[in-house]
Design a binder for this molecule. Sequence first.
Ligand SMILES: [Zn+2]
Length: 82
Amino acid sequence: MSLGMLGAWRGMQPKRKQCARCGLYHIEKLEKCSHCGDLDENGLQKLFERKEEEHEGNASLARIFLLGSVIIAVLLLLSFTQ
Ligand SMILES: [Zn+2]
């Protein structure tokens, strides 16, 4: 892909701005945030909790991958020494 095409593609994307309320990005043209615009304080709290859970899920997945690669490295090492 040439740089010109990339620039054109970027130009086609709607401008985004960060919502001051929920911190997520939404299309600038919209008056209301598409993430929290329809939520009351309760709903906003639930949104934050869900974000937190997703983050935790990713962290534990990363740990599992790390553990897996350590085990593989140890097995490789053992197979070399024997
Ligand atoms: Zn928002």
